[in-house]
Ligand binder design. Structure first.
Ligand SMILES: [Zn+2]
Length: 285
């Protein structure tokens, strides 16, 4: 029997709170699901504990400041950290990063990191951009016309994001750019084509590309199964507030997914890593 290359999973929860609800870019404007982030996170801590699957909760920094739900709950963020999960940053107030100039970008990255680090008393080195943007990354053959149009002359693309992350002390970023050739092929076959990933370095920051559609439905399971057969990285994410909303992030999909992951780990076919451990060797400290 030949040795199989190792399969690895990175598991993220985007902890938006009402800061994210207020800035929803979906049709209908602001959403009121902010309060669900907190109650559903309690359930997530139970489920992740039961299956012993560690995750990175990427939180808006403002949620770590003193105040009331649905905008703040520093005690819950400390509980997530105490349970052995990683706390990452999801910007300070869920800003749309392509619309920020260099100074405003630096401010949200720094303010978020400071608020979260003071809250948990530990370094925060992982970043997850709101809405998974910027997508614009010419070196990766990814061009976003809408970001160029809406973001204006001083907009932020992926290279600037990574440069500024490195300057403000972050080491890891979840990214979601999709190369043009991949998108063209997807148009031909009329479905998403997911590639098994690896961690790459962009401007001194270790980056892992999302390769599942969000949630824990059939497509995500297919990518994970393929990674276990062939080796490679699977990157999954959901939002705590969606755990009770009936979509592919619902507990009805999550619980069997966690069970599957736990079985793969137990049989030695999968390793679940935290992003802070997934740093490219040799990337800038
Ligand atoms: Zn978000």
């Amino acid at each position: 029997m030949t040795a199989r290359p190792p399969a690895e999973l990175l598991f993220f929860w985007d902890y938006d709170t009402q800061w994210g609800g207020d800035r929803s870019r979906l049709p209908g404007g602001p959403k009121s699901w902010g309060a669900l982030e907190f109650s559903n996170t309690e359930r997530l801590l139970e489920l992740h504990g039961e299956y012993e699957v560690p995750a990175c909760f990427a939180a808006v920094g403002s949620a770590a400041l003193p105040g009331e739900r649905p905008y703040h709950d520093p005690a819950q963020i400390r509980r997530i950290h105490a349970a052995g999960h990683e706390i990452g940053s999801h910007s300070h107030r869920h800003e749309w990063l392509p619309g920020l100039d260099r100074r405003a970008l630096r401010e949200t990255l720094q303010a978020s990191k400071d608020a979260l680090e003071q809250c948990i008393g530990a370094p925060v080195t992982t970043f997850v951009p709101p809405w998974n943007q910027p997508f614009d990354y010419p070196r990766g053959f990814s061009f976003s016309l809408s970001e160029r149009r809406e973001g204006g002359a001083h907009r932020t693309g992926l290279v600037r994001l990574c440069e500024t992350l490195a300057e403000t002390g972050y080491r890891f970023c979840r990214v979601a750019y999709r190369p043009m050739h991949q998108r063209l092929a997807e148009m031909v076959v009329r479905r998403r084509i997911e590639q098994l990933g690896r961690v790459e370095e962009i401007r001194g920051v270790s980056c892992a590309r999302l390769n599942t559609p969000g949630g824990f439905g059939r497509h995500t399971v297919e990518v994970l199964d393929r990674a276990v057969r062939r080796g490679g990285l699977t990157v999954v994410y959901g939002h705590p507030h969606s755990l009770t909303l009936g979509n592919s992030q619902d507990e009805r999909h999550l619980a069997p997914f966690l069970q599957r992951v736990a079985a793969m780990v137990k049989s030695g076919h999968l390793k679940v890593s935290l992003p802070r451990e997934a740093i490219v060797q040799g990337a800038a400290a």
